[in-house]
Design a protein around this ligand. Structure first.
Ligand code: NAI
Length: 339
């Protein structure tokens, strides 16, 4: 089969080596876009990360596509309806980094609670005064988790290690988890009202879009800390800016932002002003957040450890291999018949 692997660094190619014997593989460091698609319209399998354009307009330029193997857990960036209509399978990597992302949650949280950015900036300037750098303890605080799936559970496990009180909300609560992860399921409003720190671990979909809205912020404790490593769209960022301005939210740690792909590159932004329908107000809100002292933002890097990326590559290679052998695995859309 003709396989094209987009957004792949040279060192990552090694994992796909054993596919090269039976298949024609091309590697590209660039993402899939309506330009890069031109040379690969005959691809039968494509593998991408999250910065490729996977909308109908781009996907329909492939004439023989059978599998999209995304190297991510989330697949909200792919038009899966189109893929199902066209009998194209979409596979993901369901678990690779639950510990990795949960560790990043606490990297963000400790950065906030110990004022790490300001503290390190200060010592780099040769200033060793701790004055004005007072932070807060995690021990004894209430940690509220929204979404008790793979990542949410690991975050709760770590929170237990800090002696935090843990509460959680999930649309599909699994009561068996409560004893193992030492937490209590509560309803959504209860979680908002009781948590000192709220950490989001739900997928992006139409039900979770702006789950954290102005109304949700109003129900939170004054001085709450919000951590989002899930997806930018889960939070209404304009409402977040208002909540930060009013002191309702004391600080936020964000690994994800809506309009994230656009914000990555100015050139992409300029192009998109003319060609796409990004919400410019949301984009502006992203830029405001990037400049606030009490907001810590990382560039969607929660997954990015050596170990987690290797697990992603291994599962993706296996997803492709199994598909070519007629036994697809980790398929997330209506299972196509064609192999
Ligand atoms: P998961 O599928 O194991 O868990 C998601 C949980 O959310 C489930 O328990 C589900 O019942 C719950 N849920 C769904 N809709 C909900 C709603 N409306 N309200 C409350 N709960 C709801 O997913 P996992 O592995 O824990 O990952 C969560 C998300 O984290 C992914 O969908 C992805 O978007 C994001 N992620 C971010 C990464 C990063 O680098 N920042 C890396 C990996 C994942």
């Amino acid at each position: 089969m003709k396989i094209v692997v987009f957004e792949v660094e040279p060192w990552e190619r090694e994992t796909f080596k054993n596919l090269e014997r039976d298949h024609d593989i091309v590697y590209l460091e660039e993402p899939l876009t309506d330009e890069t698609v031109n040379d690969f319209r005959d691809a039968e399998v494509i593998s991408t990360f999250i910065y490729s354009e996977m909308n109908r307009e781009v996907l329909q330029q492939f004439g023989q596509l059978k599998l999209v193997a995304t190297r991510s857990t989330g697949f909200d960036h792919i038009d899966t309806d189109y893929c199902s209509e066209q009998d194209i399978a979409v596979s993901n990597v369901p678990t690779y980094g639950e510990n990795t992302v949960a560790e990043h949650v606490f990297a963000l949280l400790l950065t906030i609670s110990h004022r790490m950015v300001e503290a390190v900036d200060r010592t780099r300037r040769g200033d060793f005064s701790p004055k004005g750098l007072s932070g807060f303890d995690l021990c004894g605080k209430t940690f509220g988790v929204i979404g008790t799936g793979h990542i949410g559970r690991h975050a709760m496990r770590i929170a237990n290690g800090f002696d935090m009180d843990v509460i959680a909300y999930d649309v599909k609560p699994d009561k068996n988890l409560e004893a193992d992860y030492k937490f209590e399921y509560v309803d959504f409003d209860d979680l908002l009202g009781r948590s000192d720190i709220i950490s989001l671990h739900v997928p992006a979909n139409k039900h979770t879009h702006h789950l954290i809205s102005g109304e949700a912020f109003n129900k939170m404790k004054d001085g709450v800390v919000l951590i989002n490593t899930a997806r930018g769209e889960v939070v209404d960022v304009q409402a977040l800016i208002r909540a930060l301005a009013e002191g309702k939210v004391a600080a936020a740690g964000l690994d994800v932002l809506p309009e994230e792909p656009t914000i990555r590159e100015e050139a992409e932004l300029l192009r998109s002003v003319y060609t796409r329908s990004q919400n410019m107000e949301t984009l502006l809100a992203d830029h405001v957040l990037l400049r606030l002292r009490n907001v810590v933002i990382t560039p969607h890097s929660a997954f990015n450890t050596k170990e987690a990326v290797q697990r992603i590559l291994n599962t993706t290679r296996d997803n492709i291999l199994r598909f070519t052998e007629g036994q697809p695995q980790n398929v997330v859309n209506a299972v196509p018949s064609r192999v």
